[in-house]
Design a protein around this ligand. Sequence first.
Ligand code: B12
Ligand code: SF4
Length: 637
Amino acid sequence: MNICAKKFNRSGAIKNNNLFLIEYCNLLKSKYRLNKRVLLVQIPQLVFKSFNPEVVKKKGYYVFPPTGLQYLYEAIKKRDLDIKILDLNFMLLKKVFEEDFDYRQWIDILKEYVDDFDPAVIGVSCMYDLGIQPLMEVLKFLRQRNRSVIITGGVIPTYEGESLLEQDLCHFVIEREGEDRINFLLDYLTDENLNSDPCSGVRFKHNGFYCETEGNGGEVIFDTDLIDSYSLVNIREYCKYGSLNPFSRIAGLENSPFAAIQMNRGCRAMCTFCSVRDFIGKGVRKRSVEKILSEMDFLINKCGVRHFEWLDDDLLYYKKEFQNLLQKIIDKKWEITWSANNGLIASSIDDEMMRLIRDSGCIGFKIGIETGNVEKLKEIKKPATLDIFRKAAKIFEQYAEVFIGGNFMLGFPHEKFYQMMDSFRFSLELNLDWSAFTTCQAIRGATAFSEFEDHFISQIKSEGENVKNFIPTRESSKGQLAVKKEALKGLDVFKLDPKCEPDADQIKEIWFTFNLVGNYINNKNLRRGGNPEKFISWVEMAQVAYPINPYMSLFLSLAYIIKEDFQKAEEYFQKATLSYRTDYWQERFAAFKLDRLMRNFPKNKAEVFEKIDDLRSFFLTVINKHSYVLANYSSNN
Ligand code: B12
Ligand code: SF4
């Protein structure tokens, strides 16, 4: 069998004979006297720096089931092993929710679990930068405990494997998709050799050498269902302690279970700021419609699931199959809802697709737009043009029941202010239900950030201390921005030099202004003919994560006046009044003329429209004035 290992590190140490894998596994086997117990661990998905137990009580944190680990379980369940999944994120939220547990002691949950189960092999998953801190804490604890073989996988270990091995934080790093690789490794780590195909991408350090196995690329034939794995994941309970995103809360099923589901792996595109192509490989692999339907059937009829969230990066790629799936969902009359917050590709949406999307229970989705600047759109290799988005937005107008948001990013490498303004103006033009602006984050494996190696190394060295959130106000538990004094704020951001490249602090202020003006003052659902229900359901759900944000309360109050629910309107007005008393919010409200609105608060629907119209025309005048200046720069014009 061709099992060889090759050099993979930058420092030049080489071992290119895969017998070292066998040698290393034998060494570990004798050292740890391996039993048959395997534990797969999902780390917390929350940011401890801004953790707020009150938000837990309102189910404001993410509680995604450990889908990646469930796929691993399905791949290795045929082995003679006793396998368990520990979702530390779920356990932590549950304990805080039920027992007033001190969240800082979360590692104790793991301690207790491993002491009890005493697994021989522990696999730990980490999917993004914000997980670096908990990942390091988990690995340090497990290595100090020194009773198990530690394997780590997912996005961060894939790109930071060398560093994790160098610090002796684990025995193996498994890169990219894990199913085939973990089977290949278990052939040598356990006494049961199932002759799995050798795969590349299993890394380890042996006798001072960094080794990586060789074999096939580990691209998984992706057509399994996750039914058995749900015996290890109590999906019924997830909805009690958090949410997947505002959609899972909007579904209006307070205590009905939700689940995550996947049809395809990979994406047709290769956007420069995204790592999907590098991580999953070229092309898109799909699961059969039958497998997906049987998984859904099980989740609906055996676990009571009422809402599904698609995890796909390119859900619409297999258009015919997806439409077939949607039609079958309609025929089954399951009366479920679904959403796709991760984003759909606009060019695949036509009228027929939208009809099926709506009729099969979709309550909402996002489309990836990222930028409204023509040159940036080309530069980032987004598979779209502004006209494709315009065409899609036109179709969306006919499907007002579905909540449709656009994803935009601010602060691409070398992005100039006029390009950000193009995005903002385009978001106003498209007039979707929501424009989700986030700040661009350097992510591993994306070509746009190939020169960010030092930044990534510093994140690992600082054990995740300096990792920033992609929504700036999520960095503090009070939901407030902390930026340097010189950054222009409020309307002044429009005075920025069009050619300047705003720094990180300035981008946060631009984000604040775009979000407030675009999604609140200019929201189409707060205008005549709009649907205030949509605004209310989205913002009420989003507010769970920002309980003391006064502008959310203020605009919710206005939306309830439009709905003529004056009691609710008053409640939100009081809430806004209470939290707006701080210097921080008074300054912010004054900057957007919201203080005046608070003082002369509208009493009825007509007054709300009138006052919001006034505000809107004031802001549009400011924006248009600057658009005139920007016209000299932007290739959009
Ligand atoms: C659901 C999701 C989340 C969930 C949490 C998921 C989790 N389990 O932790 C939430 C909503 C919290 C989340 C948040 C973020 N996410 Co996210 N998220 C996803 C999403 C859509 C699905 C993940 C998933 O379940 N995939 C399906 C399973 C089957 O695949 P998998 O998890 O990759 O698992 C496989 C392998 O990774 C590997 N593996 C994983 N773990 C382990 C462990 C071991 C031991 C082994 C051997 C193998 C292994 O084997 C698995 C089976 O093949 C992915 C995109 C995608 N489609 O995958 C993005 C993705 C992971 N997120 C990403 C990012 C950037 C984020 C954010 C930082 C920002 C953002 N813009 O979304 C935030 C920050 C979170 C925060 N706390 O504020 C990026 C990561 C890219 C990168 N290079 O860093 C991705 C890839 C999206 C993208 N296209 O850019 N996310
Ligand atoms: S379309 Fe989305 S998932 Fe696909 S490469 Fe671009 S950003 Fe990534």
